[in-house]
Design a protein around this ligand. Sequence first.
Ligand code: ADP
Ligand code: MG
Length: 683
Amino acid sequence: MSLDLNEIRVKQVNGVSALKEGELHAFGVFTVNDLMEYYPFRYEDYRLRSLAEVKDGDRITVQAKIMGMPVLQRYGRKSRLTCKMVAEDWMFTATWFNRHFLKDQLTAGREIVLTGKWDQRRSQLTVSESEFPDRGTLRSGSLQPVYSVGGKITQNWMRKTIGQALQQYGEMIPEILPPELLKKYSLMPRRQAIWRIHQPQDSEEGQQARRRMVYEELFLFQLKLQAYRAMNHERMDGVKHEVDNATIREFVRSLPFELTDAQKKVELEILQDMRSPFCMNRLLQGDVGSGKTVVAAIALYAAVKSGHQGAFMVPTEILAEQHMRSLSRLFEPFGITVGLLTGSVTGRKRKDLIASMQMGLTDIVVGTHALIQEDVFFRSLSLVVTDEQHRFGVNQRSILRRKGFNPDVLTMTATPIPRTLAITAFGDMDVSTLSERPKGRKPISTYWVKHHMMDRVLGFIQREVSAGRQAYLICPLIEESEKLDVQNAIDLHVSMQQAFPNLNVGLLHGRMTAAEKDEVMRSFYDNEVQLLVSTTVVEVGVDVPNATLMIVMDADRFGLSQLHQLRGRVGRGEHASYCVLIAEPKSEVGQERMKVMTETDDGFEVARRDLELRGPGDFFGTKQSGVPEFRIADMVSDFAVLEAARDDAAQLVGDASFWTSPQYEPLRGYLQREQVFQGELID
Ligand code: ADP
Ligand code: MG
């Protein structure tokens, strides 16, 4: 058995010092295998061209012979060096800027390889790089990989080091995919693909190498999910919730509204999972305002009525408080107790709560990350709900799972992901979708206005408030600086107080203490505050049905999905609602983005248009969406491959020989490394 490249530290590659090794860690490169899988994102073409076939303006590489004497002109510290050249029968002038030191090397008759921009009309090449073949060439004549580099790691160093790694260890690269799959898609063997992706002879070969590695990456990803899922589906050690329909109906009847058909359907899917001995792992997606919380409430109710406990984990304290309040109200008539565990619950209070959870006196706990601290335990946790799932890593969710005995897991998200993509990207989960909003909701009218119309916007606020409604005013977002965000909010708050002396204007931002935030939110819920000036801390989940106006300052600084989330804070009750985006985007795309918001309030449509505007590759831009990131594959443009890989992986996992036959040993080894057999998924 050859050495495993995953176990050889990158320091073993010649030329990697301890210092450089540290730098490589920042790129996620720890082992020789990591380095080999550090793929270029494009190639630079240094292949030799003939001047007969190039076009004006092309970036080209040619081999030429030096003709006359070089001419150097100096302009202060700048310089311009020109020299006559001949390539085949073509005479042309090569021009260098600020390379005066080359002058002495330009001796007549010497061969030189030049790369630069070709000016057809003047028969001139503006040189960016040059090499002399008699000194041994590095780049010319080939496609050169371009890596993402930074810090002390330069492009040339990376090229050289990966080349060195291939020299030292290239022969040891093992195949991992089974032969039938290689054959099915005519894929390159792994060893060849890794060599060629770094050092392709031509772009076709580079493409083929990439195709192989994309498939491999997506296949392994799917295999991991499917294997995990298969093992968990086989495990019958989930909690079998015993709750009859009559009991559920009693609770549903107590709700202040009738469930939508979509809610009823999803509820059935969830109850069916909960009643089965398998572990539920379900993703519930629904646009903002589609009523996910009440679905979660019914599931929590079912858990408690089966004699167990439930946990509800949310990303912010504000949201935790809100859910705590609304769940307490819903559950009170049924004698179900709800506790709150956030970072600001400390000391005696925290101790008492945890003790009560351990004794089973508290039925449901709503909380933030504080829920996954080490010393938090339940007597019998059987259901974990997480809201706005994209805020949690898989690992955090799995820690919470371990606080019970294989509890069922329900994950809720408003990030609109096309259903097929969701199923494929979250291959380890079943997916339910809330496809409609509650009846009687009016669409949210969205307007895009310029800054100079602020007076009219203020008039709008006055009008809504006079009608008994409430409004949000979201401050501009200052990238990377929460401090400036806060300052903005404070300033805006002052000017709004001056503009509306007769109103109560509230202020909410991230630097306030939990108690302060809570106080402000409470007064907003109770309509003691009519206008709430806030940073994006209200972005997710906040539910105040009487609020009907959402105003976003400098809206062009926000992402579309973020704007959609913000807009989702209104339109949650029976009153007509409005969203006003104040923005003056300069770019065409920026203007188009504002238009998209005014044209649709359907989250899936917003996501689709966003994709069109941004182009693939950037769809999930931020890590927020919870969609996995890949080294080489692109979730959107390689989607067809992802689907094929999913089917292949499912088939393989379903085949008994996969778990025993020696030919699948490398794949099982991979699953082992990823700790799938320990029943955990690593991010
Ligand atoms: P989200 O899906 O964005 O989390 P929520 O669960 O906060 O949405 O629900 C939005 C609002 O709609 C809440 O005020 C909730 O009480 C209300 N709601 C939920 N379901 C219904 C329904 N079937 N009919 C009327 N209102 C509903
Ligand atoms: Mg919600």
